[in-house]
Design a protein around this ligand. Structure first.
Ligand SMILES: [Zn+2]
Length: 351
């Protein structure tokens, strides 16, 4: 098992702004309330000082975790990580990979993207929390809890709800989320769409509209595996599903871009604000090794030819640009830029 060193270069300048926001809205109130409470209850100066001290300790502790991954114009973006794991070996994950290519890429990607002990690709399972000032949006919702995923034991019937805690630590409650964008409907992208409460699947975000592409929704409906009943049907029955075309645009700040291949209705999610741009690319590419070998299709790509074409087009169109790429599964910090290298590409993490 690989140990993963958490990298924090992307958690930088915006941290200061975020800390200031936290301090402005939380710290003074907390200090004031605690001090007043202390004075009224105990009339004890020493007690008030100790409460003040505790508040400052809280400030520095919370400051350490109140960080923002990215700011795009006026849009604040945070990653909510559910898990980081060595997922599968290259030959199993990318059946197109040739042995000499695997050997050649090892020095480039070990140990941060490729586990040297197991030879497995290291994947992050995460959501992107997007706060525009008008909307609180989640892009993809990880694996979730209690889900029936028999083909991968690590994801089957999970009981770890820490993803919800991390979301709360970002200052967002489940009732705050007003949109959930699904890049596609595989089980590691729609898990927290719902949760099991009192034996019943209910939408985790009661005030959200869930955006899903028509092609993928109809395919899931037709397939009707346990994931449909657990992750999607409860959202439909609650009247919260919005089945859309793959070129849907919510407004000038957030829209879908059709990127078929991994699934027929797979979409990337484009973001723009004040001239800055980013795109969350979903599973059109799973690992930075595919920047070097764009022709490597994942075993889970539904239409391999189309997936490879979409991947190369995406890499070409987004390389050597300021537009940031927010990857679904790349190792942390998962956000960066694509640059051209020979007849392929490289991924450069931001920060
Ligand atoms: Zn995935």
């Amino acid at each position: 098992m690989c140990t993963h060193e958490s990298s924090v270069p992307a958690r930088r300048a915006s941290k200061i702004a975020n800390t200031c926001i936290w301090a402005k809205y939380s710290l003074p109130g907390r200090i004031r309330n605690n001090v007043i409470e202390s004075r009224d209850m105990h009339h004890n100066f020493t007690e008030a000082i100790s409460v003040l001290f505790e508040c400052f300790v809280q400030f520095f502790v919370i400051e350490a975790i109140q960080v923002t991954d990215l700011v795009i114009g006026n849009i604040q973006i945070d990653r909510i990580v559910e898990m980081i794991l060595p997922f599968e070996t290259i030959p199993n994950f990318y059946p197109d990979a040739r042995p000499e290519q695997i050997e050649a890429c090892r020095p480039m990607f070990e140990p941060w993207a490729l586990c040297p002990q197991t030879g497995k690709i290291i994947l992050v399972v995460q959501s992107y929390l997007v706060r525009t000032g008008h909307h609180t949006i989640l892009i993809d919702t990880c694996v979730g809890c209690d889900k029936t995923i028999p083909f991968y034991g690590e994801w089957n019937q999970r009981s770890d709800r820490s993803w919800l805690t991390k979301l709360a630590e970002s200052g967002v409650s489940v009732t705050d989320v007003d949109f959930v964008f699904c890049t596609h409907l595989h089980c590691d992208h729609v898990g927290w769409n719902t949760q099991l409460l009192d034996g019943r699947w209910v939408p985790t975000f009661p005030n959200a509209k869930y955006i899903m592409s028509r092609q993928d929704f109809e395919l899931a409906q037709e397939t009707n595996d346990p994931g449909f009943g657990e992750n999607l049907l409860p959202v439909v029955e609650a009247g919260q599903a919005r089945i859309v075309d793959t070129d849907y645009a919510m407004d000038e700040h957030i829209w879908l871009e059709p990127t078929p291949g991994h699934t027929p209705g797979h979409v990337a999610v484009g973001l723009a604000s004040n001239g800055a741009e980013a795109v969350m690319c979903g599973d059109l590419i799973h690992s930075p090794v595919q920047c070097v070998y764009p022709e490597w299709n994942a075993a889970s790509d539904a239409n391999p030819d189309q997936a490879a074409k979409t991947r190369r087009t995406f890499l070409s169109e987004n390389c050597d640009r300021e537009r940031l790429v927010m990857a679904a599964h790349f190792p942390e910090p998962s956000i960066g830029r694509i640059v051209r290298a020979d007849d392929a590409f490289r991924f450069i993490f931001s920060g």
